[in-house]
Ligand binder design. Structure first.
Ligand SMILES: NC(=O)c1ccc[n+]([C@@H]2O[C@H](COP(=O)([O-])OP(=O)(O)OC[C@H]3O[C@@H](n4cnc5c(N)ncnc54)[C@H](OP(=O)(O)O)[C@@H]3O)[C@@H](O)[C@H]2O)c1
Length: 341
């Protein structure tokens, strides 16, 4: 599949994942030819939803592993845009260095090298996370963080907040990607999304959707993750999956140089505010907020995450309230078996 004949071609890595599946679908709906990678194309359980998406347009499903040097060469060859979404997400590993940090940095560089080799890629869009921005000591309330802010790795190493290896992996992966792009003349935009909520074609989800539904599902581990986000971030920042995918395509297509980091956050809320919203909106469920050990839950967010850089370039968030963001996720949760019908 070459970048000729007027059809734009995009590579999406990790196509069977939660965010990547939705991105593949959006690109096909917009007339792109898409090449996506999965670790094992023969795994029907993980990939059957991608095969269904082939009805929407030209979609190749190729095999590639972040751990295998050069394995993304074929997938990126001839592409106009490369969306780097695949990444290890081992939030509870006992050895984050081995399972999260090293493979993430190595894998990011691996795909960046394939992009440089291809010679056709007009822009690389790396999906990172706002964990690279806001995990740092913040006294008091009213902080507004933007892309100038980096999570403080010395503080993270000393304090080891929840999922600290993930934080380190995102900071280091962004930094190596930025350096590589500069050295090799690649145009790189980095999306830093927050808790991403919404329905995806993916039939299995592991992090944000279970967390966002945890007070309805009674999943204690997922609720602990939601509370961990509030504690580390000073609030629960949220973006809708559709807004995130539109933002990533926007960053790829932007005529003006879209470069560096872009925080993708619609609004910041709290666990308590989400609980109140859910109780009001879904009276058929029991909303379980769990224990608030020591009154640690926030009434109001302490931190605001600014997506002004993205908005200034012309991007518009469509889902700006809990009501809008939760519109389709409860039905999605039912379809996935996270919530009872
Ligand atoms: N969901 C959120 O709220 C959120 C928020 C901020 C940032 N992010 C970031 O967005 C990205 C995607 O997240 P997600 O929620 O969509 O997670 P996900 O559903 O777990 O997707 C991760 C993808 O990466 C692939 N992958 C993992 N290790 C790999 C390897 N060694 N080689 C090739 N592929 C590999 C997985 O493939 P397998 O299926 O084969 O394991 C899967 O397709 C991640 O970088 C995540 O940190 C997510």
């Amino acid at each position: 599949m070459a970048a000729t004949g007027g059809v734009r071609t995009a590579c999406v890595t990790g196509g069977n994942g939660y965010i990547a599946s939705a991105l593949v679908k959006m690109l096909l709906q917009r007339g792109y030819a898409v090449k996506t990678t999965v670790r094992n194309p023969d795994d029907r359980q993980k990939n059957s939803h991608l095969m269904e998406l082939q009805a929407l347009g030209p979609l190749q499903i190729l095999s590639a592993d972040l751990d295998d040097e050069g394995s993304f060469d074929d997938a990126v060859a001839g592409c106009d845009y490369a969306f780097l979404v695949a990444a290890p997400v081992n939030l509870t590993s006992e050895d984050p260095e081995r399972d999260q940090i090293e493979p993430s940095v190595r894998g990011t560089l691996n795909v960046m090298r394939s992009c440089a080799k291809a010679g056709t890629v007009r822009r690389v869009v790396l999906t990172s996370a706002a964990s690279s921005v806001c995990i740092r000591p913040l006294e008091g309330d009213g902080h507004e963080l933007d892309e100038e802010s980096w999570s403080d790795l010395d503080w993270v190493a000393a304090e080891k907040p929840p999922s600290w290896g993930y934080v380190v992996s995102k900071v280091l992966s962004e930094k190596v990607a930025l350096r590589f792009a500069q050295e090799h003349g690649l145009s790189l935009a980095i999306a830093c999304p927050v808790l991403t909520v919404g329905a995806s074609p993916a039939p299995k989800v592991y992090t944000s959707v279970p967390a966002s539904l945890s007070m309805l599902s009674g999943d204690e581990a997922a609720l602990a993750m939601l509370k961990g986000i509030e504690k580390s971030f000073g609030g629960v920042p949220v973006v809708d999956l559709d807004d995130l995918c539109r933002a990533e395509v926007f960053l790829a297509e932007a005529e003006a140089a879209a470069s560096g980091r872009y925080i993708c956050s619609s609004f910041v809320t709290t666990v308590v505010e989400i609980a109140r919203f859910l109780a009001d909106k879904y009276p058929q469920y029991t909303v379980n907020i769990g224990q608030d050990s020591g009154g640690e839950l926030l009434e109001k967010p302490r931190v605001k995450l600014s997506s002004a850089k993205l908005v200034k370039q012309g991007f518009e968030f469509r889902y700006k309230t809990l009501d809008a963001v939760y519109q389709d996720v409860v039905e999605y949760g039912k379809a996935l078996g996270i919530l009872p019908y």
